[in-house]
Structures are given as C-alpha cells and as structure tokens.
Write a protein that binds this ligand. Structure first.
Ligand SMILES: NC(=O)c1ccc[n+]([C@@H]2O[C@H](COP(=O)([O-])OP(=O)(O)OC[C@H]3O[C@@H](n4cnc5c(N)ncnc54)[C@H](O)[C@@H]3O)[C@@H](O)[C@H]2O)c1
Ligand SMILES: [Zn+2]
Length: 401
C-alpha cells in the first residue's frame, strides 16, 4: 500500500446519486377498488412484511371533505395484509400559517419519532402545498430523510408544489428560509380532490401553469388562453389536462436542466417570483402563492415591455388571459413604503431574491411565449414604472390587499 506523502494534501471525490420517483395520475385514490397506492407502497412482485405508513392530512381539506379520515383508515384496513397504518392519521392545520409555525414543526418531528418511522417506512402527506412543504421538510431531516409519499390536493400542489423535489418552511419572516431538496418516493395525483376547493384556490395554481407555458411552450400557453373561461368555470376535465401538462413541463425541467438542486445562480422557473415572494410576505401570507405569482408575472411582463423587450400586444394578451381566469392583478400593497426610508417595500424583494439565489441576481423574462431570456439587474425605477402601469390598468378591480 502506498501511503500519502506530505505533498498530497488535496483529493477530489465525486458523488453521483441516482433518484427515481413516480408521478401517478389516478382517480378516487382511497376507493378499495383502486390499488395504485398499495402498488407503490408494497409492489406485487415484492414479498415483504407490510409497509409501515404514517399519514398526515391537511385540516382544511378535511373540513371540506369530512369523510376523508375514515376513508383513509378504511382503505388501509382493507389492504392490511400489505400495508400497516401505524397510527390514526395526524391532522395538520392547512395554509401558509403551517409553514411559519416552528412549534407545529416540532410536533411533526415528534409524531414521526413516536410512530417509529424508519428509513424504510413511509410518511404520506395528503393536502395542499403548504402542508406538503412542511411535513416533507420534517420527513427529510428525521433519520436524514425518510421516504415520502405525496398526495397533493390543490391545483397548485398538483401542478407544481407537490410534484417537485423541494420542501421547506418560512423563518425570520422570510419565505422558504429553511428547507431541503428531497425527492419524494412517489406522488399520487387525483383530480377528484379538487372539487371542494374554493374559487381562489381553484384558480391559484393556474398561474404556475401560465408561468411554465410562457417559459417553455407557446402552444401550451395558447391552449390555456383558449381554455380560460372553462378553467374559470371549474371544468375538471380541462383542469386535469392543464395539471398533467404543467407537471410534465416542471418535471422535465427538474430532471433535464442539469441543476436539480439549484446550485447555480440561475433559477429559470422563477419567472414572476422575485416580487411574488415579497408580496406574500408583505400581505402576511394572506395572499396565496398562486395569486402572488400572477401579479409577479404581470410586473415582470410590464417591466420587459417598458424596456422594449416584449411587444405590448403580447403583454396585453397574457394579462387578459389571467384576468379572464379570474386573477386580480393589482394589489395596493405594492405601494406600501418603509416609513423610515420612504422606499417602496416591494423593491426589497430584489435584494432578498438575490440573497436567496446565492449572491448574484438572475431574473428570467420572456420575449414572447416560449422564448425566455435572463437578466442580471433589475432597475428600481423601471420596476416601479411597471407597478404604476399595473395600477393604471387594473386598480379598478379593487383588490382587497
Ligand atoms: N416545494 C415547492 O417546490 C413549491 C412550489 C410552489 C409552491 N410551493 C408552496 O406551496 C404553498 C402553497 O400551496 P397551495 O397553493 O396548495 O396552498 P395551501 O397548501 O396553503 O392550501 C390552501 C388552502 O386549501 C386547503 N385545501 C387543501 N386541499 C383542499 C381541497 N381539496 N379542498 C378544499 N380545501 C383544500 C388548505 O387547508 C388551505 O387552507 C406555498 O407555501 C408555496 O410557497 C412550494
Ligand atoms: Zn411558485
């Protein structure tokens, strides 16, 4: 054996890890006649002891679908030879507040501990993007990561938040300040959950589909534009198509863009997001992520229009599509100022986004649908011009926040 000499003080090692997870579109997930979940937890070709599963359910979802907890329990009882529901489902308050509550987070970790979930057991979350984010974060740090099954139940969770590889929670007033990259074991997406969403959460997630369509697929945007009224009027079939296409584009990006764990500064899917995150924070999370993203997209489009990077007609078409779907694009909160500095607070979002990216700003805009480009500075005057244009066009909408 050759021993290292004094000169050999640096060695480079490379680690590559392969992740693989399934996104399954299903219907009526907890009907006994539907074995999709069982096949994920305990595939028919694997002879083993019943898979151990701890289930978390979003309380807002349960309020809207009171029979769900019993349906889950009955389902697991029916398949008890293959799966072991280790405790009654744990109820987690829904909505963004769940992501900002460190005591709730401690309780989540405690319940995973109490249920003796090991790295071969499963934590399954049924709910909106917020509950999926925070339970997923807890699951990703217990034993340095236990297997997660996600069952997203809002449009935004099915087309974006619940299908990717990120999770997290808010801290120090900052959105997603804590979190990990942790690919799930599987995601099961069932449009039947969506029928009880209120109108705000029904349309909210459509903004993420508009975003990804504008960045990657002009034809998809044209389809959304043509389907705007059907989407607004809660056509479940049309929504299902939108979700599948949007999820496919997101996952193709995550799996093929070469930077799934976002180690570089570019964040090509974050079109419209620098101001969206700040708006959510300024509204104290009253404004949902999807609605903030719609306004964020509008600001970035109007910014690009002022810079003459995109034709005004294209911008008007996209804004009209969003308002037909029901988005209120103007938010008076955009004009709130810091009383000490007299500076518009929304502009702080630029710095916060830069910090989140890791030091250098990288903003994605579009020339037209399907043609993105990157910029590395945002000029504050131009941003406020865009905000004022938004006000001049849409302040008649009387948005509440
Ligand atoms: N991890 C990611 O990659 C990622 C991506 C995008 C967004 N997000 C995050 O997702 C969160 C937003 O998720 P969201 O839009 O799903 O909102 P949400 O999870 O806050 O849910 C909104 C409301 O709907 C309720 N609800 C859930 N399912 C329901 C149903 N089927 N019927 C009736 N009510 C139901 C919830 O209880 C909640 O009150 C934000 O925190 C956002 O930052 C994460
Ligand atoms: Zn988003």
């Amino acid at each position: 054996m050759r021993m290292p000499t004094d000169q050999e003080y640096e060695v480079n090692y490379e680690i590559s890890v392969h992740f693989n997870y399934r996104l399954i579109f299903t219907e009526h997930l907890f009907r006994h006649s539907n074995p999709d979940l069982i096949h994920v937890l305990n595939p028919p070709d694997r002879v083993s002891t019943p898979a151990r599963v701890l289930v978390f359910i979003d309380l807002g979802l349960l309020d809207a679908q009171p029979g769900l907890k019993k349906d889950v329990e009955d389902y697991f009882y029916f398949y008890r030879a293959q799966v072991n529901l280790v405790a009654p489902p744990i109820l987690v308050p829904g909505g963004e507040a769940a992501k900002s509550d460190s005591r709730l987070f401690d309780r989540l970790v405690q319940s995973i501990h109490d249920a003796q979930i090991c790295r071969h057991s499963f934590v399954m979350t049924v709910g909106g993007g917020s509950v999926i984010d925070v339970v997923g974060f807890a699951a990703s740090i217990v034993h340095r990561g236990v297997r997660q099954i996600r069952v997203p139940t809002t449009v935004l969770a099915q087309d974006d938040a619940g299908i990717g590889i990120k999770n997290g929670m808010n801290a120090f007033g900052k959105k997603n300040f804590l979190g990990t990259f942790a690919p799930p074991f599987a995601v099961l997406s069932d449009p039947q959950f969506l029928t009880t969403l209120d109108q705000a959460n029904w349309i909210g997630g459509i903004s993420e589909a508009i975003k990804v369509a504008l960045l990657k697929d002009a034809e998809f945007f044209a389809w959304i534009d043509r389907s705007a009224t059907l989407l607004r009027d809660r056509d479940l079939g049309v929504m299902r198509v939108l979700i599948q296409k949007c999820a496919e584009l997101h996952l193709r990006h995550i799996t093929t863009s070469g930077d799934p764990f976002e180690q570089g500064s570019a964040r090509p899917l974050d079109f419209g997001h620098w101001s969206a995150h700040k708006l959510e924070q300024l509204s104290e999370y009253e404004l949902g992520h999807g609605h903030a993203v719609a306004t964020g997209i509008a600001i970035d489009l109007l910014y690009a229009q002022h810079q003459k990077w995109i034709a005004p007609e294209r911008v008007s078409e996209i804004l009209a599509c969003m308002t037909t779907i029901g988005f209120r694009l103007w938010r008076p909160i955009l004009l709130r100022k810091n009383p000490e500095t007299d500076r518009y607070l929304i502009l702080e979002g630029i710095e916060e986004f830069r910090e989140h990216l890791g030091g250098s700003l990288n903003i994605t805009l579009i020339q037209e649908a399907g043609i993105p480009f990157q910029i590395d500075t945002l000029d504050s005057t131009g941003v406020m011009q865009a905000v004022f244009s938004l006000r001049d066009r849409f302040s008649g909408d009387n948005a509440p926040s």
